[in-house]
Design a protein around this ligand. Structure first.
Ligand code: FAD
Length: 455
């Protein structure tokens, strides 16, 4: 009897244990279920939907080359999958593990109604498996990474099966176009189309391009003006490439690559935090943040909008926020600066920023997003740094962001390097906003808020 492969954010054919396993058992029915109900407010945001559309189209094309195809269905997974099993006579569903709390619940619910076989492969080590000597999960990255490194290399990469056996006849599939995952009016996705090639081929092209410059990674990864990082984050998020594939392609190439693999390790670390604290995306881990005097009301909302639109008057922040809007991605150093600015300079609840990133990032990832926002805010299990307030202007200078600012904030393009990070009021072009708040005043306000929250 046929075997169903339930695909989620593991949209690849190679090193995909669920497909490999199913292909060895009988005719395979690969299915993607668009389920907005189970994740509820955590349903995918706009940029992720854009990516998903193209990634599903690419996966279907790759499956067709193997004599298979992708079946699309909509609804709650725990209803759709058992119904599909009944319709096709399938007795087993194979899938990769996912660790977002809603997916773990869905796996339980599906497993009650059909035989669900879950496989590993979206993390270097299965989340939860790396523990301290006493068997406790790690809360801090550095010891976690040390312990994880001892378990490397990850298992050998499995190639895609030569053929994926097809059932005698195919069941009905919904049409991808009917899912309306792409923006209609206004079509804001032009910048995304220019910047990305979703799908497994696009992922491997990125990996290859990165291999050629990986030796400069350690030295340049913090410089937003250089394209020194891998741009693999959306591909890893959607599982178009596995971290084991990345590891095996890169490992052993020297110190710079070790630094890079350590970053890939952050992705594993973040998922380990979520396994321990499933609500992490909506709940601060430290107590003072339960009663933090975040700004609310009309002025705060106007400031939030200015931040979202890249009109804060701080060039590095504005460049980052505009890069995000245009391409669905932002350089990591600038994500830290922009996030810190929202939380500390504007005193706006980190969850508002997390939500904006969730909607606009093509790599929006529940674990990585929440862990990095809480780290920046100082509210996380791994950080207590609210009082360390990043100075956006000196960060911009230190990390040599002039060319980056010129690219994303064209109003400032004519300013010399010495002025572009912090244009004097007289030097500001008329169409560039003045600062929402002065740095020193913001610092004092933030420290006072922290004192109040602590008491
Ligand atoms: P590279 O530097 O080439 O790193 C390789 C891979 O390692 C990345 O593709 C990513 O999978 C992983 N990685 C690198 N840094 C981190 C990190 N700090 N945390 C977790 N994984 C990491 N990353 C996401 O994938 N999704 C998010 O939703 C996300 N939200 C973030 C929010 C904030 C406020 C901050 C400060 C960072 C966030 N990051 C997120 C982490 C990081 O910025 C991106 O992973 C990175 O910029 C992606 O670019 P790259 O693929 O070129 O990274």
């Amino acid at each position: 009897s046929p075997v169903i492969v339930w695909l989620r954010r593991d949209l690849r054919l190679s090193d995909q244990a669920a497909i490999a396993e199913a292909a060895g058992k009988g005719p395979v029915i690969p299915v993607y279920v668009l389920d907005d109900e189970t994740p509820r407010h955590r349903a995918m945001g706009g940029a992720s939907r854009w990516w998903l559309h193209h990634s599903l189209a690419s996966l279907d094309a790759a499956l067709r080359e193997k004599g298979s195809r992708l079946i699309l269905r909509r609804g709650k997974c725990e209803d759709v999958l058992p119904a599909l099993a009944e319709e096709t006579g399938a007795r087993e569903v194979h899938a990769l593990h996912h660790y977002e709390p809603w997916w773990r619940n869905a796996e339980k619910a599906v497993g009650k109604r059909v035989a669900l076989h879950l496989h590993h492969g979206n993390y270097l080590v299965p989340p939860g498996a790396v523990t301290t000597g006493a068997g406790a999960p790690y809360k801090i990255y550095t010891p976690f990474w040390r312990a994880l490194s001892e378990r490397m290399p990850p298992p050998e990469v499995q190639p895609c099966p030569d053929a994926i056996p097809a059932p005698e006849s195919w069941v009905r599939s919904e049409s991808l176009a009917d899912w309306n995952l792409l923006p209609v009016e206004p079509d804001w996705a032009g910048g995304l189309r220019d910047a990305w090639e979703p799908g497994e081929d696009g992922a491997h092209a990125r990996l290859q391009a990165f291999a050629g410059k990986a030796s400069r990674y350690r030295e340049q990864r913090d410089l937003p003006s250089r394209d020194a990082t891998s741009f693999l984050s959306p591909h890893l998020h959607f599982g178009e490439i596995s971290p084991a594939q990345v590891w095996h392609a890169m490992a052993g190439a020297g110190g710079s690559v070790e630094t890079f693999l350590g970053e890939v390790g952050w992705r594993d670390y973040a998922q380990n935090v979520i396994l321990q604290f499933p609500d992490y995306g909506g709940k601060s881990a430290r107590e003072p943040f339960d009663s933090f005097p975040w700004r609310t009301g009309e002025n705060a909302e106007a400031d939030l909008r200015a931040w979202q639109q890249g009109r804060t008057g701080y060039p590095i922040v504005d460049a980052g926020m505009r890069q995000l809007w245009h391409t669905g991605w932002m350089h990591n150093r600038v994500r830290m600066i922009a996030a810190s600015f929202l939380v500390k300079h504007l005193l706006i609840d980190w969850r508002r920023g997390e939500q904006w990133f969730w909607d606009t990032l093509v790599d929006a990832d529940y674990a990585s997003n929440a862990v990095n926002w809480q780290w920046t805010a100082g509210s996380g299990v791994d950080s207590n740094m609210f009082v360390r307030i990043m100075a956006p202007l000196s960060q911009s200078e230190k990390f040599d962001a002039a060319a980056y600012i010129r690219q994303w904030v064209p109003e400032l393009a004519d300013l010399p390097d010495a002025e572009i990070h912090d244009p004097a009021p007289m030097a500001r072009p008329a169409d560039y906003p003045s600062r929402l708040i002065d740095h020193r005043a913001a610092r004092e306000r933030a420290l006072a808020a922290w004192e109040q929250a602590k008491d």
